[in-house]
Design a protein around this ligand. Structure first.
Ligand SMILES: Nc1ncnc2c1ncn2[C@@H]1O[C@H](COP(=O)(O)OP(=O)(O)O)[C@@H](O)[C@H]1O
Ligand SMILES: [Mg+2]
Length: 262
């Protein structure tokens, strides 16, 4: 096998393959330091680690919301880091994202927010024609139903509670029909009861739709409850990779440098 063929064969064994991904901000901040990671299809992967350890940067480099300094990312055997233009745009819609601050258009309705999940499917001339197709609308309504928030469709996003906003953001992500959901601290702005509700939806999306989830999360107990696998970051490096049940005090000290929650 030549080098290219070998690389392709290796890349197809996982849904996501990350190879020595590095991100340097400015001249000194190494947010990611040669991170390598394979994520099989269907996994619910939690990324933990102290504030500033590189969790957000890792997730954002996967869909090139942040441009990596070096290293490579494959999704489904296609190298995202080698793509540009329309090809990159198509890859990006396979990776939906939700954020701590929900990132809704606050003055728009819930339905309009969810419809924006369909924007990645407007190709060619359609991109210049305002409006959404009946198929786009049907998909948006299905997603709203799925998150049990369809009754809020005509309500302005800024009228919702935090938990409802995150459900709308999840509906928008689902409307994108992604293979992967990147969730960056999706429950960090929510109270503990609401956090569990939102994570239950996230788990259902993972289990029922087979959508692979990468979830940066601050709370170790929640990571242990929901993850199939936990990886931990510290100063831009992966310092733990294992099963939730194997994350013991020694591993915890390695990750956080001490015992106790931060
Ligand atoms: N846009 C940016 N410009 C400069 N430095 C950044 C930027 N984003 C993140 N960083 C730095 O990169 C490091 C990792 O940050 P981040 O990925 O946000 O960590 P985490 O999500 O684990 O809190 C931190 O030192 C942070 O200050
Ligand atoms: Mg972060």
């Amino acid at each position: 096998m030549n080098g290219m063929a070998a690389a392709r064969a290796a890349a197809t064994t996982s849904l996501i393959r990350v190879e020595r991904l590095t991100k340097v901000f400015g001249t000194a901040t190494k947010a990611l330091d040669a991170v390598s990671l394979d994520v099989p299809r269907g996994q619910f992967l939690c990324v933990i680690g102290p504030s500033g350890s590189g969790k957000s940067t890792l997730l954002r480099c996967l869909n090139r919301l942040v441009e990596p300094t070096s290293g490579r990312v494959w999704v489904h055997g296609e190298e995202i880091t080698a793509q540009s233009g329309e090809v990159l745009r198509r890859s990006r819609r396979r990776l939906a994202m939700v954020f701590q601050q929900f990132n809704l258009v606050r003055r728009s309705t819930v339905l309009t927010n969810v419809l924006t999940g369909r924007l990645g499917y407007q190709e060619g001339l359609r991109r210049f024609v305002p409006g959404f197709s009946p198929e786009d609308r049907a998909m948006a309504w299905r997603s709203l139903d799925r998150l049990e928030i369809a009754e809020k469709a005509t309500v302005r996003a800024d009228q919702l509670s935090g938990g409802q906003m995150q459900r709308v953001a999840l509906a928008r992500a689902l409307a994108q029909q992604p293979e992967v959901l990147l969730a960056d601290e999706p429950v960090a702005s929510l109270d503990p009861e609401t956090a569990v509700v939102v994570l239950d939806y996230l788990r259902d999306i993972n289990r029922s739709d087979g959508i692979t989830v990468l979830c940066a999360i601050h709370h170790l107990d929640l990571a242990k409850k929901y993850a199939d696998r936990i990886v931990a970051m510290r100063q831009g490096r992966l310092v733990y990779d294992g099963l939730p049940g194997d994350l013991d005090d020694a591993a915890y000290r390695r990750i956080y440098g001490r015992l106790g929650y931060d």
